[in-house]
Design a protein around this ligand. Structure first.
Ligand code: HPA
Length: 269
């Protein structure tokens, strides 16, 4: 495993013209941030040794290097989801490679169903904590010495970055929610009973990604900041049929706000 990570990192280092300390996983709602990256150079996943290849519609897979504002960054366009059939180790492989490349801070976005009754469709929720409801943990198995066998998760999402996000939202007049994200394997959306269960468990939003990558980032000592776009509501009385298209539509509408928060965050870290 470690050998593969190092092989991939060595390959990328051979291609890299910059040494970014900031990485972004361009999840749902953040796709257009790509257009703001300058001095861009791209490496398709299929050319990267040991990299999984993404399969979901609308997630073309490549690593993008360049500048966002005056910051050197590395971005993943297309992520790997557990529901696609990848193992937790495959889903999180790129984050371990990031660690080898010297990444210190990771920015992630995703789409999620809101279980908090105060939320509205289109809201942005800063992730303040998560619940791992996947049937596995990416750190299961022999420990890679990036971090301890039993990693601390008391601040999985950087409090300092969360504070900064609210300052920016205030400045820009963007409504920002904060809450707990529960990560499930999908690919089914939730039944009304499941949404209710997740609410009772302490979740404000539910989605099918992010948690594996954040666990590994924490193990590697990479700081994390994450935002969910609330694309539908799993709130009693407000539950309607959900489709991937509606999720995309709500995410597209929220995209300018999401992009603004992330751009400012990245420039200020
Ligand atoms: N549930 C799980 N994942 C999601 C949802 C949801 O309601 N909306 C967007 N991604």
């Amino acid at each position: 495993m470690l050998e593969k990570i190092q092989e991939t990192a060595a390959f990328l280092k051979g291609k890299m013209q910059t040494t970014p300390e900031t990485a972004i996983i361009l999840g749902t709602g953040l796709g257009s941030l790509v257009h703001e990256i300058t001095e861009k150079y791209e490496i398709p996943y299929k050319e990267i040794p040991n990299f999984p290849v993404s399969t979901v519609e609308g997630h073309s897979g490549k690593l993008i290097f360049g500048k966002l504002g005056n910051k050197d960054i590395m971005a993943m366009q297309g992520r790997f989801h557990y529901y696609e059939g990848y193992s937790m180790k495959e889903v999180t492989f790129p984050v371990r490679v990031m660690r080898e490349l010297g990444i210190k801070t990771l920015f992630v976005s995703n789409a999620a169903g809101g279980t908090n009754p105060d939320f509205e469709i289109g809201d942005l929720m800063v992730i303040e904590d998560h619940i791992n409801f996947f049937p596995d943990n990416p750190l299961r198995g022999r420990n890679i010495e990036y971090g301890p066998r039993f990693p601390d998760m008391s601040e999985a999402y950087s409090n300092e970055l969360i504070r900064k996000a609210f300052e920016i939202a205030d400045e820009k007049g963007i409504r920002l929610q904060k809450g707990v994200y529960i990560g499930t394997q999908g690919p089914t959306f939730e039944t009304p009973a499941e949404y209710k269960m997740f609410r009772v468990m302490g979740a404000d939003a539910v989605g099918m990604s992010t948690v594996p990558e954040v666990i590994v980032a924490n193990h590697c000592g990479i700081k994390v900041f994450g935002v969910s776009v609330i694309t539908d509501l799993g709130v009693e009385g407000k539950i309607v049929e959900v489709s991937h298209e509606e999720v995309q539509k709500a995410a597209d509408e929220a995209q300018p706000r999401m992009t603004c928060i992330m751009r400012e965050m990245i420039n200020r870290v």
